[in-house]
Design a protein around this ligand. Structure first.
Ligand code: AMP
Ligand code: GLY
Length: 419
């Protein structure tokens, strides 16, 4: 098979790394890819949201399968376009992907099926939104309805802060159209875990759970990022909780999507929180997570292409998916200034000095005349497996300390709470 992977992050490097091991795959194209995917296939310099050029690439190069990493392409309808051309594609259609691209739609569907989630109300009128928020207890959560690159959520500690978040989104339009409608919801307190269902439209198979760290600094201080690292499995998620997640949340949502004419094929991502009142949904996404993918695919023994084919052929329940029992920790190395502005082109050293079983997934890297340089905010995800979390954590940090680029920063507390 010739496979096209869409995206250029560490998630897509992990996907490419995994399918490169498949005996079914003979050639991989990655658009746009990065310095890490370059050694596993052919990087094609097309942005992940340039739908027209991606379609043309898939047709011209006669690819047998397209795997879509990021949400933007899904929300823009790349799956619908490829399906119309009879090109097999792993990911949900535009309408199904609204489970991620419209938080208002997601909340409405959850409420209609009594899927546990924070009480909320949706507004398109600024004054009404402010009036409602002022009648609620703080902290209160303000969410832009649409895609905002993970930055559309504000946890307001006061009514004043809530009003200013509403003003930013609805009046100043800092998220463009994505913030014209907002969801205001109750703050939930608890530990968060990400769960994933490989979905064939009707049924799903659950992947292993994982935790990610969204804030930039140790102790969950500082701004939100695309993710600074994570670990799997979470120490607070047992079998019974996973069974609840499957039967009370993931399968009911898959049913709800199918019954509303939006059958979901691809990876359904449940961002869950374990509260005193039980398991609740923070959000759904329509794809694999980043950095969770970098933690999960190294633990997947089954050929990922077999999983993808089972989803596309409506037989996910018929295959057995085999996982390693190891613990896994991943630490993201970021550019100086990230998540704010940062320089590019910094020379990266030390990657030739990693222990054999350490995995390094690239995101913001590129090759500059053959040598590896930074090319983004999050640069690398360094991943270690271990027989327990302590071991995996120790090994990942030992190796992280051997990598260098000017101003590199990372969190020191990834997986610390799990030990
Ligand atoms: P989201 O973009 O929906 O994943 O939100 C980003 C982060 O905001 C989540 O990972 C949570 O840490 C936090 N968050 C979102 N909604 C809530 C909520 N209702 N209560 C507490 N924290 C929340
Ligand atoms: N790990 C968060 C995300 O992928 O959205």
């Amino acid at each position: 098979m010739k496979v096209l992977v869409i995206g250029g992050g560490a998630r897509e490097h992990a996907i490419t790394w995994k399918i490169h091991q498949s005996p079914k795959v003979s050639e991989i194209l990655i658009a746009p890819g990065n310095g890490g995917t370059a050694g596993l296939g052919e990087n094609i310099s097309i942005a992940a949201d340039d739908i027209e050029s991606l379609i043309k690439l898939a047709v011209d190069r006669q690819v047998d399968l397209v795997i879509v990493g990021p949400e933007d392409a899904l929300a823009a309808g790349i799956v619908d376009r490829l399906q119309a051309l009879q090109i097999p594609v792993f990911g949900p259609t535009q309408l199904s992907a609204e489970i991620e691209s419209s938080k208002a739609f997601a909340k409405q569907l959850m409420e209609s099926r009594s899927i546990a989630t924070a009480e909320s109300k949706t507004f398109s009128d600024f004054e009404l939104a402010v009036n409602y928020s002022e009648a609620q207890e703080t902290p209160i959560v303000i969410k832009a309805d649409g895609l905002a690159a993970g930055k559309g959520v504000v946890i307001a500690q006061s009514h004043e802060e809530a009003k200013s978040a509403l003003h930013d989104a609805m009046v100043s339009s800092i998220f463009g159209d994505a913030g014209k409608t907002v969801v205001i919801e109750r703050f939930l307190d608890g530990l968060e875990a990400s769960v994933f269902g490989f979905c064939d439209g009707k049924d799903l198979a659950m992947a292993l759970p994982a935790c990610d760290y969204k804030r930039v600094f140790d102790g969950d201080e500082g701004l939100n990022t695309g993710g600074m690292g994570g670990y799997s499995p979470p120490e607070f998620v047992n079998q019974a909780l996973m069974e609840d997640a499957r039967t009370q949340i993931m399968q009911p949502m898959l049913d709800a999507l199918r019954e509303s004419g939006r059958p979901f094929t691809g990876v359904l991502y449940g961002g869950l929180i374990v509260t005193e009142g039980g398991l609740q949904v923070i959000e759904f996404n329509a794809r694999l997570g980043d950095p969770e993918t970098q933690l999960l695919l190294p633990r997947l023994n089954t050929d990922f292409i077999d999983v993808v084919e089972a989803c596309l052929e409506g037989r996910i329940r018929e295959i057995s998916i085999d996982w390693r029992t190891d613990s896994c920790v991943g630490v993201v190395l970021a550019s100086p200034g990230y998540p704010g502005s940062y320089p590019r082109g910094l020379s990266i050293k030390g990657l030739d000095n990693m222990d054999d079983d350490i995995l390094v997934f690239h995101s913001g890297t590129t090759l500059d005349e053959g040598s590896l340089v930074t090319n983004g905010g999050r640069v690398l995800t360094v991943v270690a497996l271990g027989s327990n979390m302590h071991d995996a954590r120790q090994r990942v940090y030992e190796n992280v300390r051997r990598i260098e680029f000017d101003g590199m920063h990372y969190r020191n507390d990834i997986a610390a709470r799990a030990i």
